[in-house]
Design a binder for this molecule. Structure first.
Ligand code: ASP
Ligand code: MG
Length: 419
């Protein structure tokens, strides 16, 4: 008796025909004896529409607390619809299915409405239902507070719901989506991008947070901490006449030790969701940077890359940092408002930048990774404005106009092309 969580995203739930196809895929797994819980997203575009309605109703926004619990009541509804529709469809195919809302399981979260974190998912009731032969259909994205209010997990949160349900039921998680796996880079930028058969949790975590859009970052964190094996698979498949699914490679996200293929770099990612802010002629007082970053931290602005360089003016430096684009204006306003107190001459904000990164666990034990990167960029005449590194990634900030060129150059420099 093996349990399985299957997750279908918004494009796989986009209309009744797609829902029927998802149901056929679920039925195929059930006929192989799998005990299944399905986690679903809202129909593609639905959550955006619901969010727009809450904007129209005046919140969250002016006069309304940023994290409003009624916002969640509205936006969580998209997943309720698809969960019910999929359960109905499965029943009409003669299968035993029922939906389980977040509050019925319950998927307990904190009360950070709009971006709640899962605290606990008791797996006993759901596990027992599934073991008894029922297909449980769970709306992704939604949870409930200890106090009984509906919450949502942040955009893209259904992936996290799926992993949390899999962790609670102690089983693997198959994510059916509109791509057939995780690629060495975005195939729309580099047609020679290759599907990775396996990728480690750590690499996937970096790739997701650096711009690869396959999975919500938090879902990878959760899979890593709970050791849930996650497979990314295409939902654009059909079971054959006997109801058997075609073999799909997909990508398995797993422990590093389970990966036999040895490679130094696994992927190249690119994100345009960056903004660069420079404080020109910042006083070189020893506590000036601390002052700047304290103000940003207190306002909840996340800073990524930081560079300090000599300024033309005597006794001054230039301090450059990057933030997500969403935070850039707020960060700039904070700096402007405190210009005299902090003490700098000029503020520059540039949103025409992109962050290009190479990721791979092999970097830990190999020299020359940075050298290859800088040589490849130099050969194409791409200048970088900032650098940041971790044990398993190197990121550079460059002019957005060169982003795709840089991705292709790096993909080839590390020999990632399909052979
Ligand atoms: N429907 C939600 C969203 O669009 C959650 C999800 O699909 O993962 O963000
Ligand atoms: Mg998604």
């Amino acid at each position: 008796m093996t349990r399985l969580v299957m997750k279908f995203g918004g494009t796989s739930m986009a209309d009744l025909e797609r829902i029927r196809r998802a149901a056929r895929i679920v039925a195929a797994e059930a006929s192989r004896g799998k005990k299944i819980a399905v986690v679903v997203s809202a129909m593609a575009g639905k959550t955006n529409e619901l969010v727009a309605w809450t904007d129209g109703a005046g919140g969250p926004g002016e006069g309304v607390a940023l994290s409003d619990d009624e916002y969640d009541v509205v936006v969580a509804s998209g997943e309720q619809v698809t969960a019910g529709l999929l359960a109905l469809t499965l029943r009409n195919m003669g299968l035993n299915a029922r939906s389980w809302m977040g509050w019925q399981i319950p998927i307990i979260t904190d009360d950070a409405h709009g971006k709640a974190r899962i605290e606990d998912v008791p797996g006993e009731v759901l596990g027992a239902a599934v073991d008894a032969g029922e297909i449980a259909v769970v709306p992704g994205f939604q949870g409930v507070t200890q106090g009984g209010r509906i919450t949502t997990l942040g955009r893209g949160g259904s992936d996290t719901s799926a992993v949390a349900v899999a962790a609670a039921m102690n089983c693997p998680c198959d994510i059916y989506t509109d791509v057939d796996g995780v690629y060495t880079t975005d195939p729309r930028i580099e047609s020679k991008a290759r599907r990775l058969a396996r990728v480690s949790y750590e690499e996937m975590l970096e790739m997701a947070s650096l711009g690869a859009k396959v999975l919500q970052t938090r879902s990878v964190e959760l899979a890593m901490s709970q050791r849930v094996p996650v497979r990314v698979l295409s939902s654009f498949i059909e079971p054959d006449a006997d109801g058997v699914l075609p073999e799909q490679g997909g990508t398995l996200i797993c422990d590093e030790e389970e990966i036999v293929e040895k490679r130094i770099v696994s992927g190249v990612t690119m994100s345009r969701d960056e903004a660069r802010i420079s404080l020109i002629g910042l006083s070189d007082r020893v506590d000036a940077p601390a002052d700047v970053f304290t103000r940003l931290a207190e306002a909840g602005v996340n800073v990524d890359m930081i560079v300090q360089s000599q300024s033309r003016s005597e006794g001054a430096v230039n301090l450059t940092f990057t933030t997500g684009r969403r935070d850039a204006q707020r960060a700039a306003e904070l700096m402007r408002a405190a210009q005299t107190e902090i003490g700098f001459e000029e503020l520059r904000v540039d949103e025409d930048v992109a962050k290009v990164s190479v990721v791979g666990v092999g970097m830990r034990s190999h020299a020359g990774v940075a050298q290859t990167m800088f040589k490849a960029l130099a050969d194409k005449g791409v200048k970088f404005q900032a650098i940041s590194t971790s044990e398993i990634k190197i990121s550079v900030l460059i002019d957005a106009a060169y982003a795709e060129l840089a991705v292709r150059a790096l993909h080839s420099a590390y020999g990632l092309e399909a052979v």
